[in-house]
Write a protein that binds this ligand. Structure first.
Ligand SMILES: NC(=O)c1ccc[n+]([C@@H]2O[C@H](COP(=O)([O-])OP(=O)(O)OC[C@H]3O[C@@H](n4cnc5c(N)ncnc54)[C@H](O)[C@@H]3O)[C@@H](O)[C@H]2O)c1
Length: 365
């Protein structure tokens, strides 16, 4: 590590400032650091929502880079800063190229940059598709727990859109105390359906945490209506760009809906439900279903609050309405999980540092 002499540094402070070493953390290292830690990560995500709710974070709007020649694709920048004990700044830079899936590679790819709180120096670049899927699944499992407290705990789950995110959410639910009698599956793609069902039948593949064969009865539903009507916990994880579910009567059994893909439900469904989000300003953008509901009604009266409001007891969720959780996905969650991974890899003395990454360190040569 290179130390900058504080007596000659431009902004002299009592503490010497140091340029941190720059580390690169691979997806394999990320996966190793997170595997089997689902409960810990869910608690970390919970603490991060509370910190964000208390204002100890900076989380500006995400920036969507779109391309006229590739309209279905995008790259999103999520800058953020988090206080508390984590105290780190950074940026997630995540691509979504849905056509990748037909070519056999994942839709999303991402890196996370962590910046040092005191000097601003970037000190790590982490593979972030796993971190992103992990924090999304942890947030979904956390919401499932909190939002089902005032109603019978769901025993029939339905997965609507079954790609990588659905798999992560299932794993998180299973490893944070959920078990289901029935697992419903619905997807437009036969390949996705077959792949997800194979994953469910094999689960758990790599751990001793659960007994194989405890997955519940798996049913593939050809029609969306069947899936929703037969599930009391519905997980949307499609790549739909606009609402395709608009029939109110499908929700008359008042399910808990984790609307992770954000754009599946027609505004009319939201207007007849209790709506909980992760961050109100964030969710009212980018043509999400809550954004469409706001445009339709001209107000935000249909929003009941944030998950932090529910956790703090400021909002209670009635049992006699569907409840829809629409999480926009906050950069602070990526930072918190990314910093956890960085600390874990460092603790195991396995950080791959790029020597001399920051090289021009003397102001006058
Ligand atoms: N809110 C968040 O924080 C957050 C974070 C990460 C990902 N996401 C979202 O989760 C979604 C899923 O991501 P993924 O990586 O699993 O994608 P994926 O491409 O791996 O899987 C998506 C699946 O949805 C299916 N699908 C598409 N349209 C459908 C429809 N109308 N009905 C049924 N199935 C349909 C596809 O066939 C595919 O199998 C994406 O929309 C992504 O943006 C949200």
């Amino acid at each position: 590590m290179t130390t900058i002499d504080s007596t000659t540094a431009e902004s002299t402070k009592s503490q010497p400032r140091t340029v941190p070493p720059f580390a690169v953390i691979s997806g394999a290292q990320v996966q190793h650091a997170l595997r089997g830690r689902e409960n810990q990560i869910m608690r970390l995500v919970e603490a991060t929502y509370r910190l964000h709710g208390a204002g100890d974070s900076v989380n500006p709007p995400s920036y969507f880079l779109r391309f006229p020649d590739r309209p279905s694709s995008r790259i999103i920048a999520l800058p953020a800063s988090i206080g508390g004990q984590v105290r780190v700044d950074g940026l997630k830079w995540i691509s979504s190229f849905p056509e990748n899936v037909a070519a056999g590679i994942p839709r999303a790819s991402a890196v996370l940059i962590l910046n040092d709180h005191d000097t601003g120096y970037p000190f790590a670049c982490l593979e972030c598709s796993i971190i992103s899927a992990t924090r999304t699944a942890a947030s979904a499992a956390l919401a499932a727990d909190w939002l089902s407290r005032g109603r019978p705990r769901p025993t029939r789950v339905g997965f609507f859109g079954v790609g990588l995110i659905a798999r992560y959410i299932h794993t998180f639910l299973a490893r944070t105390g959920w078990s289901f009698d029935e697992i419903g599956v619905h997807d437009l793609s036969a390949d996705s359906t077959a792949g997800f069902c194979a994953y469910l039948r094999d689960y758990p593949k790599d751990g001793q945490l659960e007994q194989p064969g405890t997955a519940g009865r798996i049913t593939v539903h050809e029609r969306a209506e069947q899936l929703i009507r037969s599930s009391d916990l519905v997980v949307f994880a499609t790549v739909a760009g606009q609402p395709h579910v608009s029939e109110l009567s499908w929700f008359e059994h008042n399910p808990l809906v984790l609307h992770v893909s954000l754009r599946d439900l027609a505004p009319e469904i939201l207007l007849a439900s209790t709506n909980i989000v992760d961050d109100i300003e964030h969710c009212m953008k980018a043509n999400t279903s809550p954004h469409l509901a706001e445009q339709l009604t001209g107000n935000r009266d249909f929003l009941h609050g944030t998950l932090d409001d529910v956790m703090a007891g400021r909002v209670t969720v009635p049992a006699d309405q569907p409840v829809v959780f629409s999480p926009f996905g906050l950069g602070v969650l990526d930072l918190a999980v990314g910093k956890y991974v960085y600390d874990e890899v460092g603790r195991c003395d396995e950080l791959h540092v790029v020597d001399d990454f920051f090289h021009e360190l003397r102001r006058y040569g």
